[in-house]
Write a protein that binds this ligand. Sequence first.
Ligand code: ATP
Length: 190
Amino acid sequence: MIKVGITGGIGSGKSTVARIFEVLDIPVYHADDEAKWLIANDKSLKIEIIKLLGEEAYINGEYNRSYVSLKVFNDSDLLQRLNSLVHPAVAMHFENWVKSKTTPYIIKEAAIVKSKSGIDHLIYVHASSEKRVERTLKRDNFRTREAVLKIIESQQTEDDFRALADFVIDNESDLLIPQVLEIHKKFISF
Ligand code: ATP
């Protein structure tokens, strides 16, 4: 089974590209959504998070996101330790998910990809910062331009993304489908 990652910064079009693969009947693992689900529901992960951040990390069993965000906001060491609990849990969940799939390849969509461990090929979805701000503001009316720019600054740089990527999808224009089809053809003929 070939494992293909999709990554890119905020508003680059990862989910849109992932949806096109889904239309082609390729299963897509949404790593960020699954991480949220595991944090809220996985018993052993919850125990580890409570050990790290204290009982207040959950209220009546429900994840206390605002408490956790506040705690890790200015403490990069704590954030890293939290990530080192969540990432292996997601990786294991992903590996089990993959086992049930029978297609020639699967897609894993994730906003943060620091290395290619666990995936065979990586697709980077690219659009300019200006385009990403414009599309994100149109999609999420609760965000401000400044807040989106701040997120862009905090994410991997374009050079970082390109250094890891095997394929780049240009999402500045609206011609996504032919680019996805070209990649799809490659993976079904491997
Ligand atoms: P995030 O990291 O914030 O989850 P994302 O990378 O998954 O974002 P999408 O949600 O796919 O990005 O795209 C951001 C917004 O831009 C969406 O509203 C989407 O419909 C729109 N969009 C994506 N690609 C295009 C395009 N080529 N033309 C017009 N709008 C687009």
